[in-house]
Design a binder for this molecule. Sequence first.
Ligand SMILES: Nc1ncnc2c1ncn2[C@@H]1O[C@H](COP(=O)(O)OP(=O)(O)O)[C@@H](O)[C@H]1O
Ligand SMILES: [Mg+2]
Length: 197
Amino acid sequence: MKTFVIGISGVTNGGKTTLAKNLQKHLPNCCVISQDDFFKPESEIEIDENGFLQYDVLEALNMEKMMSTISSWIESPSHSPVSTDQGNAEEIPILIIEGFLLFNYKPLDTIWNRSYFLTIPYEECKKRRSTRVYKPPDPPGYFDGHVWPMYLKHRREMEDITSEIVYLDGTKSEEELFSQVSARNSIKMESTKSFLN
Ligand SMILES: Nc1ncnc2c1ncn2[C@@H]1O[C@H](COP(=O)(O)OP(=O)(O)O)[C@@H](O)[C@H]1O
Ligand SMILES: [Mg+2]
């Protein structure tokens, strides 16, 4: 069966999960897989010389498990219970994969039909991050000592590998971001078949 896979990556708190959920609401036959669901338990996370848990790296994630979840979906795409596109029985199953480290992970390289990357400036990112409560909570200095430097490192590496990434300005409104992605994919106007054109 034909499928269509959309990657939504970007900086922490850039709005990846929000955008993925907004798209899912409007897309028939669409599933979301979130990379955040595949973090290893805290006991398996490395600690650096400053005592910071090294969460923002690929090694902190059980990527094998995530890959097998993705493969299972591709083999047998699960359908969303409610179709928003009435009368079209030929909807192509869509998978949205959202997470902060997608395009740096080689085994996923060939899976993407569309790749998006949300960015927000340092100050905005730090502000949004400070309002969220993580498990375990960010210790003082964690953003500047781990989160942001890792983001910059991964972004540099990613830019060397992948070429077809569409960058999105995460300071735009949820509606604008939704329109930008859906317009590009003709989500609103036509059936999901047009994704393939
Ligand atoms: N377009 C947006 N404009 C302003 N704030 C946003 C936008 N999208 C998401 N947010 C807010 O930013 C925070 C992080 O959003 P989230 O989607 O969880 O980001 P991510 O999954 O990238 O970490 C949340 O508080 C969310 O409400
Ligand atoms: Mg998220």
